[in-house]
Design a protein. Structure first.
Length: 201
């Protein structure tokens, strides 16, 4: 989300330099940086969880392998791992949220300086959908994960997890491609071609 907001920042605040700034080398560095940060931040807790003894039915009450329902299956005290996860998330989530907030702050200032109302409307329309997804993602993630006690897999945790793991990902194609005129035209042609082939059957 932070990298996407940086991309929006460059596209709106520096449109003439966009291709020079967001070149393939920088895009690769940003992707590798996201992967490296994700891997390095979660590697120590995962190694510790792998050492835990598990007992009982080992049936997880969740729709994916999340930390808190996994810790509930352990027969031993997991307090240290929960604290480590909390500290890791309290650094990462607000850190990326700060990058996103600063990017959008600069975007809003730039949009407000656009002289034409049509230009302002177009810029706001480009960013509004992404801003909604960012808000849903961060609000559910922060409420779900940034709390000292991670045990207690309530149904509300599953609903929140569904929001940031499925809903935001489902909205991304609409935000980044289906609003594009060329993509809409290509999709329309594909649908017409598909419906034509169905009629021939």
């Amino acid at each position: 989300m932070a990298v996407m907001s940086l991309d929006r920042y460059v596209a709106i605040c520096h449109p003439l330099h966009y291709t020079a700034i967001m070149n393939s080398r920088l895009c690769l560095q940003l992707i590798l940086g996201c992967w490296a940060l994700s891997f390095l931040s979660m590697f120590p807790p995962i190694i510790m969880i792998m050492q835990l003894p598990f007992c009982g039915l080992n049936v997880m009450d969740h729709f994916y392998c999340d930390f808190s329902p996994l810790l509930e299956l352990s027969c031993t005290d997991t307090g240290f791992i929960e604290e480590l996860l909390f500290i890791t998330l309290i650094i990462i989530l607000p850190g990326t949220l700060l990058v996103t907030a600063v990017s959008y702050g600069c975007i809003i200032v730039t949009i407000l300086h656009i002289p034409s109302s049509a230009g302002r409307r177009k810029a706001f329309s480009t960013c509004s959908a992404h801003l909604i997804v960012v808000t849903v993602f961060y609000s559910t993630c922060i409420y779900r994960y940034i709390r000292p006690e991670q045990r207690g897999g309530q149904d509300s945790d599953k609903v929140l997890s569904l929001f940031f793991s499925v809903l935001t990902q489902t909205l991304n194609p609409y935000i980044y491609s289906l609003r594009n005129r060329q993509v809409k035209q290509a999709l329309k042609e594909r649908v017409l071609k598909f419906s034509g082939s169905l009629r021939q059957m």
